[in-house]
Design a protein around this ligand. Structure first.
Ligand code: G1P
Length: 279
């Protein structure tokens, strides 16, 4: 059984890179094949044993809430037809999990979005999924891999990392650290920088949108000052904990698609279509 029950989805962003598609539809509802990104995220959290899905939304994101609620008209219209199975996965998620929501009133960065969820999370460790980062795995999901690391280091936060080309580091939080004894894929982090230039970057090990955070992060976020763009960064808050040896970066197994970019979104659709034998 997982000791982490809650997964947080910061989904209040406007998704302006995907306009006009995201004018009326939340970017998290864009589908890879027939399934919205947010549903992949929820299924990944469930695969890691989590049963409470906490969403930080805004007033334009009603479609996300609707997606995880019953739709009696559609269900009646496909009842006893082969299409009935098409809703099985999302209905299963709705039955197995609690979905809780809070609205973020201002867009002040990922750290601010996570802090906004404090009343939903309380005093327990929790996971964070950024559904733009879609991960494909043959075996354990990325979040399940991370919960296994967390269980060995329960006083630490865990971030997922992968190597990116040096000319891409300015899109990510970037870490440096020392490999943990006996591993070749988990680092004790000693430096973290949010979106450095290639010249400033300590390495090319980039954080992707999967985190396991201890509740200590909320007090740290409360005291984290905004960056030059007025945003509170989770990377900066984690750096405070890294100074005390409390952050582990884990190089996950699997393939990540950056579905926040059009290119990554198309690549993900292709990869999932190939996996299902559609193309
Ligand atoms: C956020 C984080 C960044 C991380 C990235 C992963 O950035 O601030 O540290 O590397 O997610 O996707 P964003 O993509 O929201 O600008």
């Amino acid at each position: 059984m997982s000791i982490i029950k809650k997964c947080l989805f910061p989904v209040a962003g406007y998704g302006t890179r995907f306009l006009p598609a995201t004018k009326a539809i939340p970017k998290e509802m864009l589908p890879i094949l027939t399934k919205p990104l947010i549903q992949y995220g929820v299924e990944e959290a469930m695969s890691a044993g989590m049963t409470t899905m906490a969403m930080v939304t805004n007033k334009h994101k009603q479609a996300i809430k609707n997606h995880f609620e019953a739709h009696s008209d559609i269900e009646a219209s496909i009842k006893d037809t082969p299409k009935q199975n098409l809703l099985n996965e999302v209905n299963y998620a709705s039955q197995q999990c609690d979905f809780i929501y809070i609205e973020q009133q201002q867009m002040l960065g990922l750290g601010h979005a996570i802090y906004t969820a404090r009343p939903l999370i309380g005093n327990e460790p929790f996971a964070v999924i950024l559904p733009d980062d879609l991960c494909m795995n043959d075996n354990d999901s990325v979040l399940l891999q991370m919960t296994k690391i967390y269980q060995q280091h329960p006083d630490c936060c865990v971030v997922a990392i992968e190597e990116v080309p040096m000319n891409q580091v300015d899109k990510y939080g970037v870490i440096d650290g020392e490999l943990l004894k006996g591993t070749n894929n988990a680092y004790r982090v000693n430096t973290m920088v949010e979106k450095p230039s290639p010249a400033e970057a300590p390495t090319n090990l980039a954080i992707i949108g999967r985190y396991i955070l201890t509740p200590e992060i909320f007090d740290v976020l409360e005291n984290t000052t905004a960056d030059k763009n007025g945003e509170i960064q989770i990377t900066d808050a984690l750096m405070t904990l890294a100074k005390h040896g409390k952050v582990i970066a884990y190089e996950f197994q699997g393939t990540r698609y950056d579905c926040g970019s059009v290119k990554g979104f198309v690549e993900a659709n292709n990869a999932f279509a190939k996996k299902q034998g559609l193309i």
